[in-house]
Write a protein that binds this ligand. Structure first.
Ligand code: SFD
Ligand code: AMP
Length: 643
């Protein structure tokens, strides 16, 4: 039989058209923070006659973390009395800072917190159904969270952003690969380049201000879901560290990049636990029926003062679970059946209502968890469900605080933080004209959906102000931008040149496919950088070995192959993931303490070290020399909160 190689839609760079788009403000990523940025920037830009462009690699109607919907808005303070419980900004800042074991940028947290309610009210106006009490108050899930019927959360928010900027200013199915810098000033952004994942087209976006809103970084670590469940994760698989990598290359300062979030989740489907713990008052117990938050309360003493905070910080709640698992007292069970029984109090009608709510929680947000219940014959009113800490996620919007060091609001930002910003515009990174929001903005976590949109709005407004006041006129090196097209399409060329070398195109000594590189990355991170394989433990030796192996992987990235435009996107996503992973490892290596037990353990520095490490860890990459430099910035209490 004659071997006939398969045909693919492959393009040589010289066959790809270039389209140049000029704008004042460019928003990269149309998720929650990107939609917020576009919505707000459009308002101010219109008054000033400026253009705002939003570019997204998917379709914003269903892109990003909220693609499937959500069942709760996790950040709503309620300063005006619309819900079952009101809060103050001070108390919110206390909660967030303690949840991060003492390290949060309070200027940034207070800033989004004071504006977040207004965002939620807009969401409701745009049609998002929020649960109401018979008295018409928003139903609280917990102190800070409110319940929503959120299956269509993303389309509702995307529509508002689309209407604000106008269809002609939205570029969908365009994967952004790299930022462009000003020819005259290497520390000023000038735009970005990317390619269409639908047609042979290369894009050069020229912009005066750029907002990074590409979400966090998932699947850097081998996930618990492998084999038949490969690809199932808790957070958005589309969030591939693009903004991190692009900002790193541009020389923007990172902060807290050693931080990660380990979500404790319903096992295998990754169903979130928040509604179960807070709204349904569900208890988690070990295999022997012991409620570990009670039996392991004394463990929290070791982590004073944070261990004594209410609620117990998320990493410490994880830590208690991990101790159970390390002592082999798992499976850990979420006792949904007990919770539902207790809430219903013998009232059958009430039980039916609670049952519906329980299913809606997952159907709104994590459909696969409801499917898993069905597949495994689990009726949540009869049987408990297994839960488990998942693999690490790098993010700055949920219970994680990795991201860029950004400028805060002028009324709250202390001088120790401000000194990094020659120009002071809210949420601008240390690169002029480059802003970061949502998962991309570091040291101000717990934004979730509503806070990310709010932070986008803050940055959108500031970006327009920057363009008006500074009148930046960055110059793009068009030759360099056009030259980069070759690099972008190189994986297709590599495939074309080597496809016939072997009879199985997935086994070829001259190239690697993106998924092969991805499993390599995941193996390295899992085994050396405190993934699930080592129960989240690592040490200096392991981390140094991780860096060595990542270096080999980086060399092999030059030999990536792609068989179609979709795979070309996967190739560039992998490049972005690898750089995000490297930054994470370098940061973990640098912080010589275990600040977040339950997120990761440095076994060579097993304790909290308040004296040397109650500080933000910041880093910068110099693309010219290939060197990373680190710097500590002190934590400063900005808001007057008390324990
Ligand atoms: O239950 C490029 N989140 C929750 N928030 C809540 O308010 N309530 C909840 O209930 C939450 N929970 C939850 C949450 C997320 C997920 C996945 C689940 C459950 C299952 C968190 C929020 O969703 C999250 O904080 C925000 O969405 C963060 O916003 P942002 O903008 O930082 O990220 P994004 O929305 O994922 O958007 C990123 C966009 O960028 C695009 N993109 N575009 C072009 N070029 C590139 N190179 C790009 N790279 C990425 C993406 O496609 C995407 O659109 S619970 O667990 O607590
Ligand atoms: P999750 O579903 O775990 O992402 O949580 C959703 C929201 O509830 C987040 O704001 C969490 O910080 C919060 N949360 C989850 N579990 C608990 C808990 N046991 N105690 C206090 N807050 C929680």
């Amino acid at each position: 039989m004659v071997y006939v190689p398969k045909k693919y839609e492959l393009y040589k760079p010289e066959d790809v058209k270039t389209e140049v788009v000029e704008t004042d403000v460019l928003v990269i990523g149309g998720g929650f923070s990107g939609c917020g940025a576009a919505y707000e920037a459009a308002y101010w830009a219109k008054l000033a006659g400026l253009r705002v462009v939003l570019v997204e690699k998917a379709a914003i109607e269903r892109s990003g973390a909220v693609a499937q919907g959500l069942s709760a808005i996790n950040t709503y303070l309620d300063l005006t009395g619309r819900s079952e419980r009101q809060n103050t900004v001070e108390d919110y800042v206390r909660y967030v800072t303690l949840d991060m074991m003492g390290l949060a940028r309070e200027d940034l947290v207070a800033d989004y917190a004071r504006h977040v309610d207004g965002t939620v009210h807009l969401f409701e106006k745009w049609g998002l159904p929020i649960w109401k009490t018979p008295q018409g108050k928003y139903v609280r899930e917990g102190q800070w969270q409110i319940m929503i019927h959120g299956e269509s959360y993303k389309p509702i928010i995307a529509e508002a952003a689309k209407m604000a900027v106008g269809e002609k200013n939205i570029y969908e199915r365009v994967m952004i690969v790299k930022l462009l810098m000003d020819k005259k000033d290497p520390n000023r952004v000038a735009g970005a380049v990317g390619f269409s994942v639908r047609e042979p087209k290369y894009y050069i976006f020229k912009a005066k201000a750029v907002i990074l809103a590409t979400g966090g970084a998932t699947l850097l670590f081998r996930p618990r879901s492998v084999g038949e469940a490969a690809g199932r994760t808790w957070y958005a698989i589309f969030d591939t560290g693009s903004g991190y990598a692009m900002g790193i290359w541009a020389g923007a300062m990172l902060t807290q990049f050693e931080h990660r979030f380990i979500p404790f989740r319903f096992k295998d489907g990754y169903g979130p636990v928040g509604a179960w713990f807070l709204f349904f008052k569900c208890k988690a117990k070990n295999a022997y029926g012991e409620e570990y938050i009670v039996t392991r309360k004394a463990e929290l003493e070791k982590y004073k003062p944070y261990g004594l905070a209410t609620p117990t910080p998320t990493p410490l709640r994880n830590h208690q679970v991990m101790l159970e698992i390390m002592e082999s007292k798992h499976p850990i069970y979420m006792h949904t059946e007990e919770a539902m029984r207790e809430l219903a109090g013998g009232d059958k009608k009430k039980l039916k209502h609670i049952y519906d709510e329980a299913f809606e929680d997952f159907l709104d947000m994590t459909i696969s968890q409801a499917l898993l219940w069905a597949a495994q014959n689990i009726d949540p009113q009869e049987k408990p469900s297994e839960a488990m800490p998942a693999e690490p996620y790098i993010m700055g919007s949920h219970s994680g605080e990795a991201g860029f060091w950004v400028c805060g609001p002028s009324d709250l930002m202390p001088e120790e933080y401000a000194k990094f910003f020659p120009l002071r515009y809210n949420r601008m990174t240390t690169v002029k004209g480059l802003f970061a929001v949502g998962d991309c903005a570091g040291a101000n976590p717990h934004k979730f959906s509503s806070g990310s949109f709010t932070e986008g709005r803050i940055a959108g407004k500031a970006a327009v102000k920057y363009v008006i006041e500074q009148k930046p006129n960055p110059e793009v090196d068009m030759k360099e931008a056009e030259e980069f097209k070759k690099k972008v399409f190189q994986p297709m060329v590599t495939f074309m040149e080597n496809q016939k070398f072997s009879t199985d195109e997935t086994v070829n000594p001259n190239y690697i496919l993106p998924w092969q590189g991805l499993v390599r990355l995941q193996k390295i991170m899992d085994e050396y950088a405190a993934g699930i394989a080592t129960m989240y433990k690592t040490n200096e030796k392991l981390l140094n070995r991780a860096l060595e192996l990542l270096q080999f992987l980086k060399e092999d990235l030059e030999k990536l192959a792609a068989r179609d435009l979709h795979e070309l996107m996967r190739a560039w996503e992998l490049v972005h993931r690898v750089w995000s992973a490297e930054a994470h490892v370098r940061h973990m290596l640098e912080r010589k303490e275990t600040r977040w037990p339950g997120y990761y353990y440095r076994t060579d520095y097993p304790d909290l070290n308040e004296k040397d490490w109650k500080c933000f860890l910041c880093s910068k990459y110099d693309a010219k020399t290939g060197k990373w430099t680190f710097e500590k910035v002190p934590y400063i209490q900005v808001v007057d909160w008390k324990f």
